[in-house]
Design a binder for this molecule. Sequence first.
Ligand code: SAH
Ligand code: SF4
Ligand code: F3S
Length: 477
Amino acid sequence: MYDDNVTLLGLKKEIDETKQGQVLYYDQENNGLRKFYIESYGCAMNFSDSEIVASILAGEGYGPTKDMEQADLILVNTCSIREKAEDTVRNRLRVFNSLKTKKPDMLIGVLGCMAERLKAKLLEQEKLVDIVVGPDAYRDLPNLISKADDGEKGINVLLSREETYADISPLRLDSNGIVGFISIMRGCDNMCSFCVVPFTRGRERSRDAYSIVAEAQDLYNRGFRDVTLLGQNVDSYKWTSPDEAEHVNFAQLLERVALVHPDLRIRFSTSHPKDITDEVLYTMAKYENICKYIHLPVQSGNSRILELMNRTYDREWYMERVTSIYRILPDCAISSDMIAGFCTETEDEHQDTISMIKFARYSMSYMFFYSERPGTLAAKKLVDDIPEEIKKRRLQEIVDTQVKMSLEVNLLDIGKVFKVLIEGDSRRSDQEFKGRNSQNKMINFPKKDGLKAGEYTWVKVTDATSGSLRGEIVTQP
Ligand code: SAH
Ligand code: SF4
Ligand code: F3S
Protein backbone atom coordinates (compact mmCIF):
# COMPACT_ATOMS: atom_id res chain seq x y z
CA MET A 1 0.00 0.00 0.00
CA TYR A 2 2.86 2.34 0.69
CA ASP A 3 5.15 1.60 -2.20
CA ASP A 4 6.22 4.41 -4.41
CA ASN A 5 4.74 2.85 -7.49
CA VAL A 6 2.56 4.66 -9.91
CA THR A 7 -0.99 3.57 -10.43
CA LEU A 8 -3.31 5.05 -12.98
CA LEU A 9 -6.95 5.45 -12.39
CA GLY A 10 -7.28 2.77 -15.02
CA LEU A 11 -9.32 1.98 -18.06
CA LYS A 12 -12.12 -0.15 -16.65
CA LYS A 13 -15.50 0.71 -18.11
CA GLU A 14 -17.42 -1.10 -15.49
CA ILE A 15 -19.41 1.46 -13.57
CA ASP A 16 -22.90 0.12 -14.02
CA GLU A 17 -25.44 2.65 -15.23
CA THR A 18 -28.26 0.80 -13.58
CA LYS A 19 -26.80 1.17 -10.13
CA GLN A 20 -26.37 4.10 -7.82
CA GLY A 21 -23.46 6.46 -8.00
CA GLN A 22 -21.98 8.47 -10.77
CA VAL A 23 -21.61 7.08 -14.22
CA LEU A 24 -18.59 8.14 -16.17
CA TYR A 25 -16.69 6.29 -18.79
CA TYR A 26 -13.14 6.75 -19.84
CA ASP A 27 -12.61 8.26 -23.23
CA GLN A 28 -16.23 8.73 -24.17
CA GLU A 29 -16.23 9.70 -27.80
CA ASN A 30 -16.87 13.21 -28.93
CA ASN A 31 -18.92 14.22 -25.99
CA GLY A 32 -17.32 17.62 -25.80
CA LEU A 33 -15.95 17.05 -22.32
CA ARG A 34 -12.65 18.47 -21.30
CA LYS A 35 -10.54 15.55 -20.25
CA PHE A 36 -8.44 14.98 -17.19
CA TYR A 37 -5.72 12.43 -16.59
CA ILE A 38 -4.69 11.62 -13.02
CA GLU A 39 -1.77 9.66 -11.55
CA SER A 40 -1.53 8.80 -7.87
CA TYR A 41 1.46 8.03 -5.64
CA GLY A 42 1.86 7.19 -1.98
CA CYS A 43 -0.57 5.65 0.44
CA ALA A 44 -4.12 4.39 0.05
CA MET A 45 -5.43 7.67 1.38
CA ASN A 46 -3.97 9.44 -1.62
CA PHE A 47 -5.61 6.97 -4.01
CA SER A 48 -8.86 7.49 -2.18
CA ASP A 49 -8.42 11.28 -2.49
CA SER A 50 -7.92 10.94 -6.24
CA GLU A 51 -11.38 9.39 -6.40
CA ILE A 52 -12.75 12.44 -4.58
CA VAL A 53 -10.92 14.74 -7.00
CA ALA A 54 -12.33 12.76 -9.96
CA SER A 55 -15.80 13.22 -8.53
CA ILE A 56 -15.32 16.99 -8.11
CA LEU A 57 -14.05 17.28 -11.68
CA ALA A 58 -16.91 15.19 -13.02
CA GLY A 59 -19.26 17.69 -11.39
CA GLU A 60 -17.54 20.37 -13.47
CA GLY A 61 -18.09 18.48 -16.71
CA TYR A 62 -14.64 16.93 -16.95
CA GLY A 63 -14.32 13.41 -18.32
CA PRO A 64 -11.49 11.07 -17.34
CA THR A 65 -8.97 9.75 -19.83
CA LYS A 66 -6.21 7.24 -19.38
CA ASP A 67 -4.25 8.70 -22.27
CA MET A 68 -2.27 11.70 -21.06
CA GLU A 69 -1.83 12.96 -24.63
CA GLN A 70 -5.60 13.39 -24.86
CA ALA A 71 -5.80 15.32 -21.62
CA ASP A 72 -6.61 19.00 -21.17
CA LEU A 73 -5.67 18.68 -17.53
CA ILE A 74 -2.95 16.44 -16.09
CA LEU A 75 -3.00 15.92 -12.35
CA VAL A 76 -0.46 14.15 -10.20
CA ASN A 77 -1.41 13.27 -6.64
CA THR A 78 1.90 13.23 -4.83
CA CYS A 79 3.61 11.72 -1.80
CA SER A 80 6.38 13.19 0.37
CA ILE A 81 6.98 10.32 2.76
CA ARG A 82 10.50 9.55 1.53
CA GLU A 83 12.88 11.41 -0.72
CA LYS A 84 12.51 8.73 -3.37
CA ALA A 85 8.76 9.28 -3.55
CA GLU A 86 9.33 12.95 -4.35
CA ASP A 87 12.05 12.15 -6.89
CA THR A 88 9.64 9.88 -8.75
CA VAL A 89 7.10 12.69 -9.00
CA ARG A 90 9.70 15.18 -10.24
CA ASN A 91 10.59 12.72 -13.01
CA ARG A 92 6.95 12.40 -13.98
CA LEU A 93 6.56 16.19 -14.03
CA ARG A 94 9.37 16.31 -16.58
CA VAL A 95 7.43 13.93 -18.82
CA PHE A 96 4.24 15.99 -18.47
CA ASN A 97 6.14 19.19 -19.12
CA SER A 98 7.47 17.89 -22.42
CA LEU A 99 3.86 17.22 -23.46
CA LYS A 100 2.85 20.71 -22.44
CA THR A 101 5.47 22.29 -24.64
CA LYS A 102 3.68 20.62 -27.56
CA LYS A 103 0.22 21.49 -26.27
CA PRO A 104 0.49 24.81 -24.40
CA ASP A 105 -3.22 24.99 -23.46
CA MET A 106 -2.88 21.89 -21.36
CA LEU A 107 -2.86 22.50 -17.60
CA ILE A 108 -0.65 20.61 -15.14
CA GLY A 109 -1.65 20.37 -11.50
CA VAL A 110 0.20 18.98 -8.49
CA LEU A 111 -2.04 17.65 -5.73
CA GLY A 112 -1.42 16.04 -2.37
CA CYS A 113 1.42 15.93 0.10
CA MET A 114 4.20 17.40 -2.04
CA ALA A 115 1.92 20.30 -2.94
CA GLU A 116 1.38 20.90 0.74
CA ARG A 117 5.03 20.53 1.68
CA LEU A 118 6.51 22.70 -1.04
CA LYS A 119 3.63 25.12 -1.64
CA ALA A 120 4.55 28.03 -3.94
CA LYS A 121 8.13 26.71 -4.17
CA LEU A 122 6.74 24.06 -6.48
CA LEU A 123 5.55 26.74 -8.92
CA GLU A 124 9.02 28.29 -8.87
CA GLN A 125 10.94 25.02 -9.13
CA GLU A 126 8.71 23.43 -11.74
CA LYS A 127 8.07 26.24 -14.19
CA LEU A 128 5.36 24.44 -16.11
CA VAL A 129 3.14 23.60 -13.18
CA ASP A 130 -0.07 25.66 -13.32
CA ILE A 131 -1.96 24.49 -10.27
CA VAL A 132 -0.87 23.47 -6.75
CA VAL A 133 -3.53 22.06 -4.42
CA GLY A 134 -3.09 20.71 -0.92
CA PRO A 135 -5.09 17.74 0.43
CA ASP A 136 -7.74 19.86 2.15
CA ALA A 137 -8.41 22.22 -0.77
CA TYR A 138 -9.79 19.94 -3.50
CA ARG A 139 -13.18 21.65 -3.48
CA ASP A 140 -11.37 24.73 -4.75
CA LEU A 141 -10.03 22.93 -7.83
CA PRO A 142 -12.69 24.26 -10.27
CA ASN A 143 -11.85 27.81 -9.22
CA LEU A 144 -8.09 27.16 -9.51
CA ILE A 145 -8.56 25.65 -12.95
CA SER A 146 -10.41 28.70 -14.20
CA LYS A 147 -7.69 30.94 -12.79
CA ALA A 148 -5.08 28.87 -14.59
CA ASP A 149 -7.14 29.03 -17.78
CA ASP A 150 -6.85 32.81 -17.50
CA GLY A 151 -3.08 32.54 -17.30
CA GLU A 152 -2.73 32.98 -13.56
CA LYS A 153 -1.15 30.39 -11.29
CA GLY A 154 -3.72 28.59 -9.14
CA ILE A 155 -2.58 27.70 -5.65
CA ASN A 156 -4.47 26.68 -2.51
CA VAL A 157 -2.62 24.82 0.21
CA LEU A 158 -4.77 25.80 3.18
CA LEU A 159 -5.18 23.01 5.67
CA SER A 160 -8.51 22.63 7.42
CA ARG A 161 -9.64 21.40 10.81
CA GLU A 162 -13.03 20.31 9.48
CA GLU A 163 -12.77 19.12 5.88
CA THR A 164 -13.54 15.40 5.51
CA TYR A 165 -15.23 15.47 2.06
CA ALA A 166 -17.99 13.50 3.80
CA ASP A 167 -20.66 14.51 1.29
CA ILE A 168 -18.64 13.69 -1.83
CA SER A 169 -19.31 10.33 -3.39
CA PRO A 170 -15.93 9.20 -4.74
CA LEU A 171 -15.75 8.22 -8.38
CA ARG A 172 -14.28 4.71 -8.35
CA LEU A 173 -12.52 4.66 -11.68
CA ASP A 174 -9.76 2.15 -11.10
CA SER A 175 -11.82 -0.36 -9.22
CA ASN A 176 -12.58 -3.99 -10.02
CA GLY A 177 -16.02 -3.28 -8.58
CA ILE A 178 -15.36 -5.67 -5.68
CA VAL A 179 -12.71 -4.08 -3.47
CA GLY A 180 -13.11 -0.47 -2.31
CA PHE A 181 -11.68 2.05 0.15
CA ILE A 182 -13.47 4.46 2.46
CA SER A 183 -11.64 7.33 4.16
CA ILE A 184 -12.91 7.61 7.72
CA MET A 185 -10.61 10.34 8.93
CA ARG A 186 -7.96 12.78 7.72
CA GLY A 187 -4.72 14.18 9.08
CA CYS A 188 -2.65 12.94 11.99
CA ASP A 189 -2.06 14.34 15.47
CA ASN A 190 0.85 12.07 16.28
CA MET A 191 4.25 13.53 15.92
CA CYS A 192 6.45 10.59 15.00
CA SER A 193 9.78 12.33 14.64
CA PHE A 194 10.60 10.84 11.22
CA CYS A 195 7.26 11.58 9.62
CA VAL A 196 6.13 14.34 7.31
CA VAL A 197 2.42 13.43 7.34
CA PRO A 198 1.30 15.74 10.19
CA PHE A 199 2.78 18.62 8.17
CA THR A 200 1.29 17.63 4.84
CA ARG A 201 -2.10 16.42 6.02
CA GLY A 202 -2.79 18.66 8.99
CA ARG A 203 -4.77 17.99 12.13
CA GLU A 204 -6.64 14.79 12.71
CA ARG A 205 -10.40 14.88 12.17
CA SER A 206 -12.98 12.12 11.98
CA ARG A 207 -15.67 11.87 9.39
CA ASP A 208 -19.40 11.66 10.17
CA ALA A 209 -20.14 8.03 11.11
CA TYR A 210 -23.44 8.05 9.23
CA SER A 211 -21.79 9.14 5.97
CA ILE A 212 -19.27 6.29 6.36
CA VAL A 213 -21.98 3.68 6.91
CA ALA A 214 -23.97 5.13 3.98
CA GLU A 215 -20.92 4.89 1.72
CA ALA A 216 -20.35 1.26 2.78
CA GLN A 217 -24.01 0.48 2.09
CA ASP A 218 -23.80 2.15 -1.32
CA LEU A 219 -20.69 0.14 -2.19
CA TYR A 220 -22.41 -3.06 -1.10
CA ASN A 221 -25.46 -2.22 -3.24
CA ARG A 222 -23.17 -1.68 -6.22
CA GLY A 223 -21.62 -5.13 -5.82
CA PHE A 224 -18.55 -4.35 -3.71
CA ARG A 225 -17.74 -7.07 -1.18
CA ASP A 226 -14.54 -5.86 0.53
CA VAL A 227 -14.07 -2.37 1.98
CA THR A 228 -11.07 -0.97 3.82
CA LEU A 229 -11.62 1.86 6.29
CA LEU A 230 -8.71 4.25 5.90
CA GLY A 231 -6.93 6.62 8.26
CA GLN A 232 -3.38 7.29 9.40
CA ASN A 233 -4.38 6.13 12.85
CA VAL A 234 -7.81 4.52 12.71
CA ASP A 235 -7.87 3.63 16.41
CA SER A 236 -8.15 7.27 17.35
CA TYR A 237 -11.31 7.66 15.25
CA LYS A 238 -13.76 9.65 17.36
CA TRP A 239 -16.89 11.26 16.02
CA THR A 240 -19.39 13.35 17.95
CA SER A 241 -22.74 14.22 16.41
CA PRO A 242 -23.44 17.95 15.96
CA ASP A 243 -25.92 17.91 18.88
CA GLU A 244 -23.23 16.13 20.94
CA ALA A 245 -25.68 13.37 21.84
CA GLU A 246 -23.78 10.62 20.11
CA HIS A 247 -20.14 9.60 20.41
CA VAL A 248 -18.71 6.94 18.16
CA ASN A 249 -15.27 5.40 18.69
CA PHE A 250 -13.46 3.12 16.25
CA ALA A 251 -14.76 -0.15 17.72
CA GLN A 252 -18.32 1.18 17.49
CA LEU A 253 -17.78 2.39 13.93
CA LEU A 254 -16.42 -1.03 12.96
CA GLU A 255 -19.51 -2.65 14.38
CA ARG A 256 -21.84 -0.28 12.47
CA VAL A 257 -20.06 -0.98 9.19
CA ALA A 258 -19.97 -4.72 9.86
CA LEU A 259 -23.75 -4.65 10.27
CA VAL A 260 -24.24 -3.27 6.74
CA HIS A 261 -24.28 -6.85 5.42
CA PRO A 262 -22.65 -10.12 6.54
CA ASP A 263 -21.33 -10.58 2.97
CA LEU A 264 -19.46 -7.27 3.06
CA ARG A 265 -15.93 -7.80 4.33
CA ILE A 266 -14.48 -5.01 6.45
CA ARG A 267 -10.76 -4.23 6.68
CA PHE A 268 -8.99 -1.22 8.15
CA SER A 269 -5.62 0.48 8.01
CA THR A 270 -3.55 1.77 9.80
CA SER A 271 -3.64 0.80 13.48
CA HIS A 272 -1.32 2.50 15.91
CA PRO A 273 0.16 0.21 18.59
CA LYS A 274 -0.41 2.79 21.32
CA ASP A 275 -4.12 3.14 20.50
CA ILE A 276 -5.44 -0.26 19.44
CA THR A 277 -7.83 -1.34 22.18
CA ASP A 278 -9.14 -4.70 23.38
CA GLU A 279 -12.60 -3.34 22.52
CA VAL A 280 -11.53 -3.27 18.85
CA LEU A 281 -10.15 -6.81 19.13
CA TYR A 282 -13.37 -8.14 20.74
CA THR A 283 -15.46 -6.40 18.05
CA MET A 284 -13.33 -8.13 15.42
CA ALA A 285 -13.92 -11.45 17.18
CA LYS A 286 -17.69 -10.86 17.28
CA TYR A 287 -18.18 -10.34 13.53
CA GLU A 288 -17.09 -12.93 11.00
CA ASN A 289 -17.05 -10.28 8.26
CA ILE A 290 -14.49 -8.09 10.04
CA CYS A 291 -11.28 -9.49 8.58
CA LYS A 292 -8.78 -11.10 10.90
CA TYR A 293 -5.89 -8.99 9.79
CA ILE A 294 -4.20 -6.06 11.52
CA HIS A 295 -1.57 -3.79 10.04
CA LEU A 296 0.33 -2.74 13.18
CA PRO A 297 3.52 -0.90 12.20
CA VAL A 298 6.25 -1.34 14.79
CA GLN A 299 8.85 0.93 13.04
CA SER A 300 11.61 -0.38 15.35
CA GLY A 301 11.86 -3.23 17.85
CA ASN A 302 14.07 -1.22 20.21
CA SER A 303 12.70 0.93 23.03
CA ARG A 304 15.37 3.63 22.87
CA ILE A 305 14.85 4.08 19.13
CA LEU A 306 11.06 4.06 19.58
CA GLU A 307 11.45 6.88 22.05
CA LEU A 308 13.61 8.86 19.63
CA MET A 309 10.96 8.19 16.99
CA ASN A 310 8.37 9.57 19.43
CA ARG A 311 6.15 6.55 18.87
CA THR A 312 4.96 6.72 22.52
CA TYR A 313 5.15 2.95 23.14
CA ASP A 314 8.08 0.70 23.91
CA ARG A 315 9.07 -2.82 22.93
CA GLU A 316 7.24 -4.39 25.90
CA TRP A 317 4.02 -2.49 25.18
CA TYR A 318 4.12 -3.59 21.54
CA MET A 319 4.78 -7.22 22.50
CA GLU A 320 1.84 -7.13 24.91
CA ARG A 321 -0.46 -5.85 22.12
CA VAL A 322 0.70 -8.65 19.80
CA THR A 323 0.13 -11.22 22.56
CA SER A 324 -3.39 -9.86 23.15
CA ILE A 325 -4.20 -9.98 19.44
CA TYR A 326 -3.23 -13.66 19.21
CA ARG A 327 -5.09 -14.42 22.48
CA ILE A 328 -8.35 -12.76 21.45
CA LEU A 329 -8.05 -13.54 17.72
CA PRO A 330 -6.05 -16.78 17.39
CA ASP A 331 -6.37 -16.86 13.58
CA CYS A 332 -5.39 -13.20 13.06
CA ALA A 333 -2.54 -12.19 10.75
CA ILE A 334 -0.40 -9.18 11.66
CA SER A 335 1.72 -7.10 9.31
CA SER A 336 4.10 -4.22 9.95
CA ASP A 337 6.15 -1.28 8.71
CA MET A 338 9.81 -1.05 9.72
CA ILE A 339 12.48 1.60 9.29
CA ALA A 340 16.14 0.55 9.15
CA GLY A 341 18.97 2.84 10.23
CA PHE A 342 17.11 5.55 12.12
CA CYS A 343 19.35 8.19 13.73
CA THR A 344 21.96 6.73 16.15
CA GLU A 345 20.68 3.13 15.79
CA THR A 346 23.33 0.61 16.91
CA GLU A 347 23.79 -2.94 15.59
CA ASP A 348 22.25 -4.35 18.78
CA GLU A 349 19.24 -2.07 18.45
CA HIS A 350 18.84 -3.14 14.83
CA GLN A 351 18.86 -6.75 16.06
CA ASP A 352 15.85 -5.89 18.25
CA THR A 353 13.88 -5.15 15.07
CA ILE A 354 14.98 -8.49 13.61
CA SER A 355 13.88 -10.33 16.75
CA MET A 356 10.54 -8.49 16.73
CA ILE A 357 9.75 -9.96 13.29
CA LYS A 358 10.24 -13.40 14.81
CA PHE A 359 8.22 -12.60 17.95
CA ALA A 360 5.27 -11.00 16.15
CA ARG A 361 5.34 -13.56 13.31
CA TYR A 362 4.34 -10.93 10.74
CA SER A 363 2.68 -12.33 7.63
CA MET A 364 4.25 -9.47 5.65
CA SER A 365 5.82 -6.04 6.10
CA TYR A 366 6.59 -2.82 4.30
CA MET A 367 10.26 -2.13 4.95
CA PHE A 368 12.21 1.08 4.38
CA PHE A 369 15.52 2.65 5.23
CA TYR A 370 15.36 5.97 6.99
CA SER A 371 15.03 9.01 4.76
CA GLU A 372 15.34 12.35 6.53
CA ARG A 373 12.45 14.70 5.71
CA PRO A 374 12.89 18.45 6.00
CA GLY A 375 10.89 20.07 8.77
CA THR A 376 10.30 16.92 10.83
CA LEU A 377 11.32 16.68 14.48
CA ALA A 378 14.09 14.23 13.62
CA ALA A 379 15.48 16.57 10.96
CA LYS A 380 15.57 19.39 13.51
CA LYS A 381 16.83 17.56 16.57
CA LEU A 382 18.68 14.42 15.53
CA VAL A 383 21.61 13.66 13.28
CA ASP A 384 20.99 11.35 10.32
CA ASP A 385 24.25 9.60 11.14
CA ILE A 386 23.90 6.07 9.81
CA PRO A 387 25.78 5.78 6.49
CA GLU A 388 23.62 4.78 3.56
CA GLU A 389 25.42 1.48 2.98
CA ILE A 390 24.76 0.46 6.59
CA LYS A 391 21.12 1.49 6.34
CA LYS A 392 20.79 -0.61 3.19
CA ARG A 393 22.56 -3.62 4.70
CA ARG A 394 20.31 -3.49 7.77
CA LEU A 395 17.25 -3.12 5.55
CA GLN A 396 18.34 -6.19 3.59
CA GLU A 397 18.66 -8.16 6.83
CA ILE A 398 15.17 -7.07 7.84
CA VAL A 399 13.80 -8.04 4.41
CA ASP A 400 15.54 -11.44 4.49
CA THR A 401 14.17 -12.18 7.96
CA GLN A 402 10.66 -11.12 6.93
CA VAL A 403 10.72 -13.25 3.77
CA LYS A 404 11.69 -16.29 5.84
CA MET A 405 8.96 -15.51 8.38
CA SER A 406 6.31 -15.03 5.67
CA LEU A 407 7.22 -18.42 4.22
CA GLU A 408 7.15 -20.03 7.66
CA VAL A 409 3.67 -18.70 8.53
CA ASN A 410 2.31 -19.41 5.04
CA LEU A 411 3.53 -23.03 5.13
CA LEU A 412 1.44 -23.51 8.27
CA ASP A 413 -1.66 -22.73 6.17
CA ILE A 414 -1.19 -25.84 4.00
CA GLY A 415 -4.14 -28.15 4.59
CA LYS A 416 -6.33 -25.40 6.04
CA VAL A 417 -9.61 -24.36 4.39
CA PHE A 418 -10.37 -20.63 3.99
CA LYS A 419 -13.34 -18.62 2.82
CA VAL A 420 -12.03 -16.64 -0.15
CA LEU A 421 -13.55 -13.67 -1.96
CA ILE A 422 -12.86 -14.13 -5.67
CA GLU A 423 -11.33 -10.91 -7.05
CA GLY A 424 -10.71 -12.00 -10.66
CA ASP A 425 -8.36 -14.04 -12.80
CA SER A 426 -4.99 -14.87 -11.31
CA ARG A 427 -2.01 -13.03 -12.70
CA ARG A 428 -0.58 -16.15 -14.28
CA SER A 429 -3.57 -17.72 -15.99
CA ASP A 430 -7.17 -17.13 -16.99
CA GLN A 431 -7.84 -20.72 -15.96
CA GLU A 432 -7.27 -19.65 -12.36
CA PHE A 433 -8.92 -17.28 -9.92
CA LYS A 434 -7.22 -15.13 -7.35
CA GLY A 435 -8.78 -14.03 -4.11
CA ARG A 436 -7.91 -13.18 -0.53
CA ASN A 437 -8.82 -14.83 2.71
CA SER A 438 -9.79 -12.96 5.85
CA GLN A 439 -6.08 -12.79 6.80
CA ASN A 440 -5.40 -10.76 3.65
CA LYS A 441 -3.36 -13.52 2.02
CA MET A 442 -3.68 -13.91 -1.74
CA ILE A 443 -4.65 -17.44 -2.85
CA ASN A 444 -4.58 -18.69 -6.46
CA PHE A 445 -6.73 -21.68 -7.40
CA PRO A 446 -8.18 -23.39 -10.50
CA LYS A 447 -11.57 -22.06 -11.61
CA LYS A 448 -14.81 -23.95 -11.27
CA ASP A 449 -17.87 -23.45 -13.50
CA GLY A 450 -20.60 -21.28 -12.08
CA LEU A 451 -18.35 -19.17 -9.90
CA LYS A 452 -17.37 -15.61 -10.72
CA ALA A 453 -15.53 -12.59 -9.34
CA GLY A 454 -17.31 -11.01 -6.38
CA GLU A 455 -18.47 -14.37 -5.00
CA TYR A 456 -17.19 -16.29 -2.00
CA THR A 457 -15.85 -19.81 -2.22
CA TRP A 458 -14.02 -22.24 0.08
CA VAL A 459 -10.44 -23.06 -0.77
CA LYS A 460 -8.11 -25.65 0.71
CA VAL A 461 -4.48 -24.56 0.67
CA THR A 462 -2.17 -27.01 -1.07
CA ASP A 463 1.04 -25.02 -1.45
CA ALA A 464 2.67 -21.81 -0.22
CA THR A 465 5.46 -19.37 -1.04
CA SER A 466 6.52 -16.33 0.98
CA GLY A 467 4.22 -14.15 -1.15
CA SER A 468 1.07 -16.17 -1.77
CA LEU A 469 -0.83 -19.41 -1.35
CA ARG A 470 -2.12 -21.98 -3.85
CA GLY A 471 -5.19 -24.08 -3.33
CA GLU A 472 -8.22 -25.87 -4.68
CA ILE A 473 -11.94 -25.25 -4.29
CA VAL A 474 -13.63 -27.52 -1.76
CA THR A 475 -17.17 -27.77 -0.42
CA GLN A 476 -17.96 -25.67 2.61
CA PRO A 477 -16.54 -27.39 5.71
N1 SAH B 1 0.26 6.26 9.90
C1 SAH B 1 1.03 5.11 9.67
C2 SAH B 1 2.18 5.30 8.73
C3 SAH B 1 2.07 6.17 7.56
S1 SAH B 1 3.53 6.40 6.62
C4 SAH B 1 1.61 4.65 11.00
O1 SAH B 1 1.69 5.40 11.94
O2 SAH B 1 2.03 3.52 11.06
C5 SAH B 1 3.91 4.76 6.09
C6 SAH B 1 5.22 4.24 6.54
O3 SAH B 1 6.28 4.93 5.91
C7 SAH B 1 5.51 4.38 8.01
O4 SAH B 1 4.88 3.41 8.78
C8 SAH B 1 7.00 4.29 8.06
O5 SAH B 1 7.43 2.96 8.22
C9 SAH B 1 7.44 4.80 6.71
N2 SAH B 1 8.07 6.11 6.82
C10 SAH B 1 7.50 7.26 7.23
N3 SAH B 1 8.40 8.26 7.23
C11 SAH B 1 9.59 7.72 6.83
C12 SAH B 1 10.89 8.23 6.65
N4 SAH B 1 11.17 9.50 6.91
N5 SAH B 1 11.86 7.39 6.21
C13 SAH B 1 11.56 6.09 5.96
N6 SAH B 1 10.36 5.55 6.12
C14 SAH B 1 9.36 6.35 6.56
FE1 SF4 C 1 3.25 9.63 10.57
FE2 SF4 C 1 3.21 8.73 13.04
FE3 SF4 C 1 1.07 9.95 12.05
FE4 SF4 C 1 1.75 7.53 11.18
S1 SF4 C 1 1.11 8.04 13.25
S2 SF4 C 1 1.16 9.28 9.93
S3 SF4 C 1 3.97 7.60 11.22
S4 SF4 C 1 3.07 10.88 12.44
FE1 F3S D 1 2.64 9.94 1.26
FE2 F3S D 1 1.02 11.80 2.07
FE3 F3S D 1 0.30 9.28 2.19
S1 F3S D 1 3.20 11.75 2.39
S2 F3S D 1 2.22 8.21 2.50
S3 F3S D 1 0.71 10.40 0.36
S4 F3S D 1 -0.26 10.88 3.60
